[in-house]
Design a protein around this ligand. Sequence first.
Ligand code: ZN
Length: 284
Amino acid sequence: MEAQINQNHQVKKDRAPLVCQPFWFPPSEVDFGYREHSPTGPENWGRLDPAWATCSAGREQSPVHIRTDGRRARRDLPALPALNFSSYAPSPAVLFSDGHALTVDVVAGAGSLWVDGREYELRHFHFHSPSEHVIDGVRPPLEMHMVHESLDGDVDVDGGTTARLAVIGVPFKDGPPSPFLDEFWREVPRLALVGAGVALDIGLLVVDAPHLRLGPDYARYRGSLTTPPCTQDVLWTVSLDHWNTISPDQIRAFRQILPEPSARPTQKLHGRHVYLHAATESSP
Ligand SMILES: [Zn+2]
């Protein structure tokens, strides 16, 4: 997940866009990077700003390495349903880059997701490259984060902890072009012309379930924002389906905007469980 847009960037919107960071975090004057062993690299985020201390001290950090072989995952959650995206609706959307991630911001009412009996409303989605979550040792070239916020504010989940956000991570493997990305990827080259922090109106966009092809296989765990301030306020759902792919041309377009890697290294589980939901015989 990505931080709020830098104050130096001007976005042509009525309000500051949400990237991976919700609006209730004030923007920091400090910037961060992804290059390991650099002064602003991921291992130093917790020291760059006192408000970012959780990046170093937190014990429920994201992303993580998801192992589906059963050694670290648990498959004992039969109550978890297949993800249902039927409630998503066309929404006016804007596309922008803040120099850390490529983001599509949608308006309220664009759709919502029910997790554990709670409704979380879609706020925006954005992309990291390569993927942040590693699945069985593999890090695909792209990961989409769909950031949803609880309509109830902080809610109790899993033993009294809270999760204000529910984020769905969708990895994209190398392969044919994604029809979902095609809906707005054609606008990505224009971002190279307008510069970081400027939002492009991309018209109506809907999270199209058939195009996005989210199926029944996913992992669930408690974690954090993957960028400063690394707040541990996220109920993560990571798709384990292998259907979404990104073509070399689509990756090249992304690299024009964000040539450097934008993925945080995986974090220790510190005793957390990663739960798996697998397909049943009635699932596709
Ligand atoms: Zn993200």
